[in-house]
Design a protein around this ligand. Structure first.
Ligand SMILES: C[S@@+](CC[C@H](N)C(=O)[O-])C[C@H]1O[C@@H](n2cnc3c(N)ncnc32)[C@H](O)[C@@H]1O
Length: 238
């Protein structure tokens, strides 16, 4: 493995630490969130209609939060991630539902390869798999440029994204239900729904690209990434 590849094993958006957390928590702490993501994805593209469509998943890591049955219902799935270990975990997680002939793995950098990716997958549905909210942590400068490009290139494409809107050490209310809104939720709405009054602690609001319309349906979930790190995830599809 080259030095560049080693570096990607520890990238801030994923890598070894993320796989280790996934192995530890995917069937326990993460389970309610994973189930909600499955329902939400099945609402976006119901399984019967997926059979005639192709999916491009952006930065899915090992697909630890993605439902195998839903992925396997597509005619084909292409996945791109910079982490050299991601395809191994993705196959371990999904091989039973997604045979290798149906899965096309691309080891690449979405910031640099975006125009090629989108050009080579002109009819694919696009799923950003919990990446947009972390893009600025990966590389602030490149992400800013890419955010502008995204706004211009997504155009009429059908796409979905679930991504970090907030994260931090403040523990959301126990067993809090998902929040559904008809317009994009304001910070106040999110904080009021997910956190007990007078909660204290540091909360990070994640930078997102200017691709989200105000007037549309949104869903929000609480995701306990670890024992001390909690995320509020925003979901949007068109
Ligand atoms: C939080 S993980 C995705 C989680 C995943 N959806 C799941 O189901 O568990 C974010 C991913 O973004 C990837 N990533 C970070 N920078 C990238 C880049 N420039 N190009 C492609 N992938 C990148 C990381 O390697 C990581 O796998």
């Amino acid at each position: 493995m080259s030095g560049k590849h080693w570096k990607q094993l520890f990238n801030p958006g994923g890598g070894l630490r993320y796989h280790a957390r996934a192995l530890l928590y995917r069937d326990s702490r993460w389970m309610p969130f994973r189930q909600d993501i499955r329902l939400w994805l099945e609402e976006w593209i119901p399984r019967p209609s997926a059979a005639s469509q192709d999916l491009l998943v952006i930065a899915p890591s090992g697909g630890h939060c993605l439902p195998s049955s839903w992925l396997g219902s597509f005619r084909s799935v292409s996945a791109v991630d910079i982490d050299p270990l991601a395809p191994l975990f993705f196959r371990l997680n999904h091989a039973a539902a997604l045979p290798s002939g149906q899965l096309h793995w691309i080891h690449g950098d979405v910031f640099q390869d975006w125009q090629d990716l989108i050009g080579q997958h002109p009819h694919h549905l696009i799923l950003f798999g919990n990446f947009l909210g972390q893009a600025q942590e990966v590389d602030e400068k490149q992400a800013k440029v890419w955010f502008d490009v995204l706004a211009k290139t997504l155009g009429e494409r059908k796409w979905a994204s679930f991504h970090d809107r907030y994260s931090g050490v403040i523990k959301p209310i126990k067993n809090v239900t998902a929040l559904e809104t008809g317009t994009r939720a304001s910070s106040q709405e999110i904080l009021k729904h997910f956190y007990a009054p007078y909660s204290t602690g540091e909360l990070c609001e994640h930078e997102l690209p200017p691709i989200f319309p105000e007037q549309s349906s949104y869903r929000y979930w609480s995701w306990p990434l670890s024992r001390r790190q909690f995320h509020i995830i925003e979901g949007y599809h068109c």
